[in-house]
Structure formats: C-alpha cells, structure tokens
Design a protein around this ligand. Sequence first.
Ligand code: CUA
Length: 168
Amino acid sequence: MHLHKYEKMWMLIGGGALLIFLIMLGVGAFYQGTKPPSCLTTIDPQNVEAHDSFKKENLGMQQLDDNRYVVNVIASAFNYDFGTDEEGNVVRTIRIPVGSEVMFQGTSTDVVHGFELAGTNANMMLEPGYINTVETTFKKPGTYTFVCNEYCGTGHHYMTATVEVYDE
Ligand code: CUA
C-alpha cells in the first residue's frame, strides 16, 4: 500500500497526539491519584442531617487516628458548611497537620457544586442526592483554596474555603 508523504505525517501527528493524551491520563490516574467521584451512596437532599456524617456536630474535621482525618462538608449556594468550632464560630478554614491523609466527604442540598482543592488531586462534584468522597495526602505545608468549579448561580465565584496545612 502506498501512502502519500503528507498522509503519513498527519497519521503520525494524530497517533502521536493520542499517545500523549493516553500517557497524561495514565500519569494522572495512577501516579497523581486523580479519579472520578464515587457517586454510589445516595442521600435525601432535603434531609441531609438524617445521615450521621452530615449532622451539625459532625461537620468539619474529624480525627480517625494519628494522621488520618475525615472532613464532612455540605455545599449549598454559595457556601461550604464545615460546621462550627468550639466557640460556635463558623469554620472557614480547615487546619490540618502536614503529612495527614484526609478523606473529604460531601453532598449538596440544592444544585451541583464543585469541590476542587487547587494544587492537589482533590476534585469532585457535590451533587444533591449523592455523597461523594475524595482522598488526598498533604505532603507540603501551606494554604490551599477550595473553589467551586461548577457554575451554581450568581454567587458562584464567591464560593471558596481554605485549608491550612501546618508543620507540627
Ligand atoms: Cu457552587 Cu459554583
């Protein structure tokens, strides 16, 4: 079979681009730990408090053992609800010691919201009716910002929160 010179070039470019994308996908999935949200657990979006993890007193950070934590969050337009601290103040910043393994677990009470922790592999959708989780390990101290990356209404761009990873 005879292939024209330019035809060969284009096939190489096409095949090469496909290969590059597959490698990027592989590195993202197996090396950086990126994965789609689980979406397997359902919850009544009108009554999220009925689920233990989303009761008022269980929102925010819970320590499991030495360096493992769970952070429960309820998203709604245009806020991430991490509960309140001991003094009753609304939690806007989650403080976590460096090296911790953290599972973020969240749901939404109204529309679909995003939950992306910029600079980490944590990136999921928070959907009404579903509980989603994502795990990440904080290897470097610093301040990380949560952003909502699903357009959810007029206050979408104000929907943020912060994680502060500190050295012990
Ligand atoms: Cu919540 Cu955009």
